[in-house]
Design a protein around this ligand. Structure first.
Ligand code: UFG
Length: 338
């Protein structure tokens, strides 16, 4: 298959490009590089040992996206392109709704016009919202607590409606839990601009000396040690989940499918911090501060549907996630070269 990967220069996108190529498909990147560095492409070509076709476009641009599809002969699309910072989405809801909804709509309309029917969507476990059942299953109702999350819920709804209207589509909605880690080479990884919003990149920057101390957002939750509990998944396991979904779409008759991509293992903030300290051999100084508004105490995936239907499972441990993040962070203390 010739697979268009929107947002393919980003953190999850770049790791997925390598998995798609490794599975024997061709990967074409479309990225506007608003939150990715051009150096990613050099690293990907070095790791893949071959040139990679890259289009520097904003997929909310209808004319540019249509031209891309007119020339592209794509068999499938994996759609990552979008804004993803929860706090920023609360401050700038209009930008989030416009960018995330527009990019999905523009890509889907171009696919429709050019007869491309296989679509893998980058969704999030955030669509489970608050639910007293902490182990999330795909049949739970969806909702959100911030504009970023609502864009995922809304795009999922658009995809359901599209599948009802035209059953020649083959759509996979992948709900990610907490992606962390980096490619085992240490050449590509997560490179957030500014202050990291998420736990793992923050911990890695403390370990490497770029930040002084971690703030742990609350230690009075009803969890194993009082800190927040999540399901961390190695980004390369996540990437191979995309390939499994992409290939599965060629075998099934349902136009719409949803799969959780998580490890199924609950891990607390302090458990992750301790694992990182062991992996890096560095202390991670931290202060316990107030809870972060909007955070849920704990949730994790029931990944059994993806395990059974995709023949996929997360294989890398929390120690692997920390070791690989540390290799990336210690070899690239300031991220990608500008
Ligand atoms: N945390 C800290 N200190 C930090 C950052 C995070 O203690 O500096 C804690 C949080 O309170 C939480 C845990 O670490 O308990 C994980 O927080 P992250 O910010 O890494 O991840 P979230 O679970 O909040 O959110 C992530 C993505 C969202 C996505 C969601 C889906 O950032 O985009 O997972 O489950 F929607």
């Amino acid at each position: 298959m010739r697979v268009l990967i929107t947002g393919g220069a980003g953190y999850i996108g770049s790791h997925t490009v390598l998995e798609v190529l490794a599975a024997g498909h061709d990967a074409v990147i479309a990225d506007d590089f608003s939150n990715a560095r051009p150096a990613v492409v050099d690293r990907l070509e070095e790791l893949a040992g071959r040139p990679i076709e890259v289009h520097r476009i904003d997929v909310t641009d209808e004319a540019a996206t249509d031209t891309l599809f007119a020339d592209g002969r794509f068999d499938a699309v994996i759609h990552f392109a979008g804004f993803k910072a929860v706090g920023e989405s609360v401050a700038e809801p209009l930008n989030y709704y416009r960018n995330n909804l527009d990019s999905a709509l523009t890509v889907l309309r171009a696919m429709d016009a050019h007869g491309v029917r296989r679509f893998v969507f980058s969704s999030s476990a955030t669509v489970y919202g608050e639910n007293p059942v902490l182990e999330r299953t795909e049949d739970m109702p969806t909702s959100a607590t911030n504009p970023y999350g609502w864009t995922k819920v809304m795009i999922e709804q658009m995809l359901r409606d599209l599948a009802v209207a035209d059953d020649t589509w083959r759509i996979a909605v992948l709900r990610y839990f907490n992606p962390v880690g980096a490619h085992r080479s240490g050449r590509i990884g997560e490179d957030p601009s500014g202050l990291p919003n998420n736990l793992m990149p923050f911990v890695a920057q403390v370990a490497v000396g770029r930040r002084e101390r971690l703030s742990v957002f609350g230690d009075d939750y009803d969890t194993v040690d009082g800190t927040g509990v999540r399901d961390y998944i190695h980004v390369d396991d996540l990437a191979s989940g995309h390939v499994a979904a992409l290939e599965r779409l060629g075998e099934i008759t349902e136009p719409w499918s949803v799969w959780n991509l998580g490890s199924g293992e609950p891990v607390s903030v302090l458990q992750l911090v301790n694992a990182f300290s062991r992996a890096s051999g560095r202390p991670i100084p931290y202060d316990v501060v107030a809870r972060r508004p909007g955070d849920l105490p704990a949730y994790w995936a029931d990944p059994s549907k993806a395990n059974a239907e995709l023949g996929w499972r997360a294989t890398r441990t929390v120690d692997d996630m920390c070791a690989d993040t540390w290799r990336w962070q210690s070899q690239n203390p300031d991220g990608y070269p500008a």
